[in-house]
Design a binder for this molecule. Structure first.
Ligand SMILES: Nc1nc2c(ncn2[C@@H]2O[C@H](COP(=O)(O)OP(=O)(O)OP(=O)(O)O)[C@@H](O)[C@H]2O)c(=O)[nH]1
Ligand SMILES: [Mg+2]
Length: 236
């Protein structure tokens, strides 16, 4: 389980401990990927790792966006014999209790299990109209431009079979911000993998600050037609 963190001082310990409750820690591992958080998240994670043998921490020097953090985390995960590689946010928007459902869907034959707000049974809690609009609108826009049927393309709560990450050209993923989520799922679909949406309720973060910004939304919006163009030209 890869968990990127940037200034998640209040969240990192409760989240890691909650994962310990739902994973089989005799076999599964958690990797925190911290981009030198100024608030000391990385040190908290290190201290936890001394106590918890199933926890690893990857420190990166600078904040380079969620995409770069995940790519570094995936590389690390693939160095192990992990058969499934998962990703989730460290702010309790993604409920640790949903992790076993994602794993079960991949064990049942899906190549990617995608926690989805925008299928029957899924949704959001405590999100204002603006955030819902960005998320739904962004997913709709990406779905139409890319011509795929996945409904929550911007979602970042996922379980990948390791072959998916080994097959797609991960290092070619251009997006640094949330476009990374769209691009990862799209590349998996293009490579012929089966993506299954699993309904989740996404809860707005309780503590800490959002790293979402206009620049991140714009990057994702620009990236989508570029992706389609590359795919049409057979370069994806
Ligand atoms: N390592 C690393 N983690 C990041 C970076 N940017 C965001 N994150 C983490 O990625 C996860 C998602 O970021 P959030 O700030 O929650 O962004 P979001 O979920 O789109 O926005 P909110 O809904 O407002 O929470 C969190 O665990 C962040 O700490 C980054 O540049 N590097
Ligand atoms: Mg969040």
């Amino acid at each position: 389980m890869c968990v990127p963190t940037y200034d998640e001082r209040e969240n990192v310990e409760p989240l890691v401990r909650a994962l310990g409750e739902v994973l089989d820690v005799s076999r599964d591992r958690v990797l925190v990927i911290d981009d030198g958080s100024p608030d000391g998240t990385g040190e908290i994670a290190d201290r936890l790792a001394e106590e918890l043998p199933w926890l690893d921490v990857l420190h990166r020097a600078r904040k380079e966006g969620i995409g770069r953090a995940y790519l570094a985390g995936f590389d690390r995960a693939l160095e192990t014999d992990a058969q499934l590689v998962l990703e989730m946010d460290c702010d309790f928007s993604h409920d640790p209790a949903d992790v076993p459902r994602l794993i079960a869907v991949c064990e049942d034959g899906a190549d990617v299990a995608l926690g989805s707000r925008w299928v029957d049974g899924g949704g959001t809690e405590n999100w204002g109209f603006g955030r819902r609009l960005i998320s739904r609108g962004g997913s709709l826009y990406a779905r139409l431009v890319l011509g795929v049927s996945v409904r929550d393309l911007t979602g970042g709560f996922k379980c990948f079979r390791r072959t998916v990450l080994e097959t797609i050209d991960r290092d070619a993923i251009a997006a640094r911000g949330y476009g990374f989520q769209i691009e990862g799922t799209y590349r998996a679909l293009r490579a012929g993998f089966r993506v299954v949406e699993v309904p989740i309720t996404f809860v707005d973060r309780r503590v800490g600050e959002s790293k979402m910004s206009g620049a991140i939304v714009l990057e994702a919006m620009r990236q989508v037609p570029v992706l389609r163009w590359k795919a049409l030209r057979g370069r994806l």
